[in-house]
Design a protein around this ligand. Structure first.
Ligand SMILES: [Zn+2]
Length: 306
């Protein structure tokens, strides 16, 4: 387990400040750190700390030496660039922040660094035949959580701020922890489910208007294989649950996506509706269920992943 806070925090020096820009009550803060490729407005609603005070971030943009059609979304300004300025952060101010120039700063986005470690929430797929405790019971399946093949769940995945699809599909990502995969059989199915922080950089709801995904069945195709991941931090982003009742939305969404992703392993498709409808809807559902269409697919499956 790495240190999420460090991975998700930028430290540097403030090169210049322009107050009441772009409008009254706001300031432009020019810093010496590039905020990462494609990270425009990633720090929206985050916090900039400097000079003993904290400020809410409204937007951020990198400063670039070449026009943005060459290197992406940035503010083309050789003038600022040659002053050592690499990004501009817009903050809300309640008073003019005097003397910030030359101060060190810390910048953190609106992610919750405490989101991990978090085991998948198995409330909807309990080791039980009761329909309300195990959505798979309709298909005569009883889930047993065996801790990823060990006596305890594997928790040694390194922290990764954004896990790309390519990264997750790399055989080395999951394979070393596949202790039980050899037991996958037509009468005893094995699926793996992993809680990680966020998905691809451009699908993590930072900024909040960005599109995002809440879970992913790793291997493409249908059925998609028996490896799934949950992007736990993305649930609490306002974009993730659309700002509706955040806590209940996060809880029910995490539970529903566990069943949703495993449903993909058994051939379930988004067009089936019910709990297999898109992940974005999962956190809004009060009583998600597999539809008859999906149950039929599950019952017709010989085993996940082949
Ligand atoms: Zn899906």
């Amino acid at each position: 387990m790495g240190a999420p806070g460090n991975a998700n925090t930028v430290h540097g020096t403030i090169k210049a400040v322009e107050n009441d820009r772009p409008q009254a009550g706001q300031s432009w803060v020019f810093i010496d750190q590039t905020l990462g490729e494609e990270s425009r407005n990633q720090y929206e609603n985050g916090i900039m700390s400097a000079g003993g005070a904290s400020y809410t971030v409204i937007e951020n943009i990198n400063i670039c030496l070449f026009p943005n059609w060459l290197i992406g979304d940035c503010l083309f300004s050789p003038f600022l660039f040659f002053q050592g300025i690499r990004a501009r952060v817009t903050i809300t101010i309640t008073r003019i922040p005097l003397g910030l120039q030359g101060n060190p700063f810390t910048l953190h986005d609106d992610d919750d660094d405490t989101a991990l470690p978090r085991l998948p929430d198995l409330n909807l797929i309990q080791n039980d035949d009761a329909k309300d405790k195990n959505l798979f019971s309709w298909a005569y399946i009883r889930p047993i959580n065996d801790g990823g093949g060990g006596k305890t769940n594997e928790q040694d995945f390194p922290f990764d701020l954004n896990t790309s699809d390519d990264e997750a599909m790399n055989p080395n990502y999951y394979t070393p922890r596949h202790q039980s995969i050899g037991a996958n059989d037509e009468v005893y199915w094995v699926v793996y489910l992993l809680s990680i922080f966020q998905g691809p950089l451009l699908e993590d709801f930072d900024p909040n208007q960005q599109v995002g995904i809440l879970g992913w069945c790793v291997l493409p195709g249908n059925p998609c294989g028996n490896l799934s991941i949950l992007y736990v931090e993305q649930y609490r982003d306002p974009g993730g649950c659309r700002g509706l009742e955040p806590q209940a939305g996060v809880r029910s969404g995490l539970q529903a996506t566990v069943a949703h992703e495993i449903g993909h392993s058994f051939g379930g498709m988004h067009k089936d509706g019910g709990i297999m409808a898109s992940e974005e809807q999962a956190c809004l559902k009060n009583n998600p269920q597999f539809t008859d269409i999906t149950l039929n697919r599950i019952r017709s499956t010989r085993k996940p992943g082949g």
